[in-house]
Design a protein around this ligand. Structure first.
Ligand code: ATP
Ligand code: ZN
Length: 295
């Protein structure tokens, strides 16, 4: 293993894997490996990829085994609350995928009217740290029962009265006679970093990669928008464009009262934006995807 290769930890297989691999791909990196292997080598930059269980990633990144990693904010914060690392990994940035919620769920027949209903109850969860912190913030004293998996069956087995679990569609809860009643934690994929300074060579690789990651993040929702508009509507239209600065205004040959407006919108452009632009006098509106962007 070379000292001067940056080591990235990502989840081997699970809900973070596709998003993590996709991010690396959008950064222009190809990884040579079989999907089942634990290790991959990036061809374009001196980077190695370690494929791990997500729960191991905060520790490996805190621990010098890896330099950076991609993990759920939920797992990272839970790990932080367990207080096991002398110097825990640092948060670099949220990555916008693997969005999910840690939710408190109760039996369907509970007439839930606030956290105080949980006083003295038992709550099963795989996230005892986040759950206890939330209960504290609500001023409620309840018992938290740690379960590694199948949390949703706990009430049926009389192991607990309620659960605190990751919810996406709610179908699993529903099938177990439970309903979500409160959001405990909002999560998404997070980029984390070893807290110690890198060697100059590693720092250079890290900086180059981060430049690309930031480029991918900022072009994710960005669109290039073009339209024709009356000259006197330029100000109103510019104000309406989501997340756009200083649009380009071009003459339209043969139409002195009209101009072409081009702009980069950094936020999503929806149909109602286009309808509003039309009302302001815009016509021939085109919205184009942006593949790459670098400040
Ligand atoms: P591993 O085998 O790596 O330990 P796991 O079973 O613990 O995997 P996954 O179910 O793949 O983990 O979830 C990984 C992370 O993805 C979660 O910690 C959470 O941040 C996020 N996640 C979980 N459920 C969802 C969901 N339904 N939608 C989007 N993201 C989710
Ligand atoms: Zn896991």
């Amino acid at each position: 293993m070379s000292e001067d290769r940056l080591r990235i930890a990502i989840q081997k297989s699970g809900r973070l894997s596709d998003g993590s691999l996709d991010l690396l791909k959008k950064c222009g990196l190809t990884i040579s490996r079989g999907r089942d292997k634990l290790y991959g080598r990036v061809q374009e930059m001196p980077i190695d990829v370690l494929l791990l269980r997500d729960d191991d990633i905060p520790e490996f990144v805190a621990d010098d085994a890896c330099d950076i990693g991609v993990v759920g904010q939920n797992v990272f914060n839970e790990d932080g609350l367990a207080d096991v690392h002398e110097s825990p990994a640092e948060e670099v940035m949220s990555l916008g995928f693997a969005q999910c919620r840690l939710m408190l769920a109760a039996p369907k027949d509970w007439d839930f009217d606030g956290a105080s209903m949980l006083e003295g109850k038992r709550i099963a969860t795989s996230y005892p740290g986040l759950t206890k912190k939330w209960l504290e913030s609500q001023g409620v004293k309840a018992r938290v029962v740690m379960m590694k998996g199948s949390v949703e069956v706990a009430p049926r087995l009389k192991i607990a009265d309620a659960v605190c679990d990751i919810v996406s569609t709610g179908a699993t809860l529903d099938a177990n006679g439970l309903k979500p009643v409160a959001t405990v934690f909002d999560s998404q994929a997070l980029l984390i970093k070893n807290p110690k300074p890198f060697s100059p060579a590693k720092q250079e690789i890290y900086n180059a990669l981060m430049k690309r990651v930031r480029g991918v993040m900022s072009s994710r929702d960005a669109k290039y928008i073009m339209m024709n508009a009356p000259r006197d509507a330029i100000a109103a239209i510019t104000e309406y464009l989501p997340g756009a600065e200083a649009p380009t205004v071009l003459e339209l040959a043969g139409s002195p009262g009209k101009v072409a407006i081009h702009a980069v919108c950094r936020e999503s452009v929806f149909w109602d934006t286009l309808e509003a632009l039309k009302k302001l006098g815009a016509s021939a509106i085109l919205v184009l995807p942006i593949e790459k962007m670098m400040a």
